[in-house]
Design a protein around this ligand. Sequence first.
Ligand SMILES: *Cc1c(COP(=O)(O)O)cnc(C)c1O
Length: 412
Amino acid sequence: MTQPAPTAPAVLARYEQSLLGVFGRPKLVLDHGAGDFVWDVDGNRYLDLVGGLAVNCLGHAHPEVAAAVAQQAARLIHVSNFFTTPQQVELAERLLAVSGAPTGSAVFFANSGTEANEAAVKLARRTGRPGLLATTGAFHGRSTGALALTHKPAYREPFAPLLPGVLPHVPYNDPDALRAVFAEHGDEIGAFVVEPVQGEAGVLPADPEYLGLARELTTRHGALLVLDEIQSGIGRTGVWFAHQRAGITPDAITVAKGLGGGFPIGALITYGTDVTALLGAGQHGTTFGGNPLACAAGLAVLEVIERDGVLERVEQVGAKLTDAIVGLAHPQIAGMRGRGMLQGISLNAPISPRACVLGQDAGFILNPVREDTIRLAPSLLLETEHIDEFVAALSGILDTAAEENAAAAAGS
Ligand SMILES: *Cc1c(COP(=O)(O)O)cnc(C)c1O
């Protein structure tokens, strides 16, 4: 017997009766995807410019990722960490190679970005110093440890008390503020945790000089420099990891989102023998982390990015995307932030939420990361003709959003 196809309203009604309300009402009920597009259960097609929040780095249903997952699932999905698999070791080696980590570096596999950051917190605690420093605007995850490093008070305050030892958040990308906090608290800080590009804060890249200063101060004061590359890593900005443009070597990085091409996986990479030695046998663990299925997905992703010159492509296509949007010279667009396949369209008015709703109605998935910023985090393989489709529609979307905003302001 064939089931009747589910309609979106019917699924959403059941959603409300069965799922915890933390995400609000879902905007769509999706059915399948291919490349740059996803389809909802009613057959509507959308150009996906958010990529599952910077996760689907090779687009949807990439044949090699799908085949790698299917083949590995038929062979061996999971083993405990009493054992290893060739897939796990191979992925660790390839991550160490692309991260440029020195001899003696190592990988710990987790299942998410949050878990990777939790591992970094434990690494920092092993320095013997209780202090953790993070920045304003930071997003590091929602577990009570990672949440203590996350800045947004609305996320943190209802769950106090969180992990102790976290200093007041230091203003992001502000060299003087960083110097001041290290001058005062340098001996207490076990780790400074910072995103080379803040994604959730609205796509805010740190200056290379700021990252250089962070390296200098942490080294001088004996603290670890931990870079959260969960959103900015795996080629998203046209280099493997965004910090590589600043020419610095961190003590640890955390990776997740793009790594599995959509399959859940996270990783902590520790740089060099001394940092790696901070977490010894029995001091951390996971049941699912590093399972062969997740690692097979990660291997397929890294293989395609390397083999197909995807980093260069991201750089070129990202520049096209920036130029095309700037070239609109639209009165509502203040400018572009970020690069590659992580960009924020900065707007002159708080019309991003409305523009993203109108965009979805017109067949584009967009993210209103801030009231005045639309975030784009599409597939690293985004086709240039799809950029043209989006840019052709963007002016009309912003015109309508601005008119509605003006009308609402006049009416109130
Ligand atoms: C998404 C994100 C996280 C959290 O990752 P999850 O997989 O959602 O746990 C942490 N840090 C940054 C920078 C992120 O973008």
